[in-house]
Ligand binder design. Structure first.
Ligand code: 13P
Length: 241
């Protein structure tokens, strides 16, 4: 399986001119790379501009349409050519009050509309210090995937303390966490889910990227800050193929 490298631009850049430039620069960096599945997740408003690279959204609403001011439906994302959608990112959990229940509904809405959810889980610094990581992951995974029989979900382990801090998870620890997540998935949903791709995210850069794929066994990466620098993002992709 090709490694899946996902760029999460978050709420950046601030103009379509900059977004187009970044997109074109990334396209140049990755044009010869065939051995990785590369997905760009820009803010909603920039989604229509991009055509040549696979794209995903950073969130989705759980209904297909109707009176939900400000929301974006899975049908709209599909119509814009999205294949993926990030669901349950820790920033959405923290700033927008997304619960496991809401995330579960969003995952179902994405799947029903043929979008692959990139389902994010991860513990805070405090939870880590209190040795509650496994308990948190169990709750998030079971809650987010509740009621789903078979599913095509891509899971992303993003320890919150590693996001945007430069303090990436050590490869050895990340490998252990991958094993724990796999066990939770199998224990909850059966052996079939062992094929579920598990990605790592949190302060990924061109120096540490390869370790997560080649040593820790992750099937891909969710890249935030470093995906806003086309050259750095290109180096990350090159380092893992
Ligand atoms: P950083 O790579 O900036 O730490 O962000 C990770 C992330 O949240 C990706 O979704």
């Amino acid at each position: 399986m090709k490694p899946i490298i996902i760029a999460n631009w978050k709420m950046n850049p601030q103009s379509s001119k900059e977004a187009n430039k970044l997109f074109e620069d990334i396209e140049k960096e990755i044009k010869d790379i065939k051995k990785a599945e590369i997905v760009i997740c820009p803010p909603f408003v920039f989604l229509p501009s991009f055509t040549n690279i696979k794209k995903g959204a950073q969130d989705v609403f759980l209904e297909k349409g109707g009176a939900f001011t400000g929301e974006v439906s899975p049908l709209m994302l599909k119509d814009l050519g999205c294949e993926y959608v990030i669901v349950g990112h820790s920033e959405r959990r923290k700033y927008f009050g997304e619960t496991d229940e809401i995330i579960n509904k969003k995952i179902k809405a994405a799947l029903e509309n043929n979008l692959t959810p990139i389902f994010c889980v991860g513990e805070t610094k405090k939870e880590k210090e209190e040795n509650r990581t496994e308990e948190v992951l169990k709750r998030e995974i079971k809650g987010g995937l509740k009621g789903l029989g078979s599913f095509e979900v891509t899971l992303a382990y993003e320890p919150i303390w590693a996001i945007g801090t430069g303090n990436a998870c050590e490869v050895k620890t990340a490998a252990k966490m991958r094993g724990i997540i796999k066990d939770i998935l199998e224990e909850s949903f059966g052996k079939g889910v062992s094929k579920t791709p598990i990605l790592y995210g949190g302060s990924v850069n061109s120096k540490n990227a390869a370790g997560y794929i080649k040593e820790a066994g992750f099937q891909g990466l969710l890249v935030g800050g470093a995906s806003l620098d086309a050259k750095e993002f290109g180096k990350i992709v090159e380092s893992v193929v």
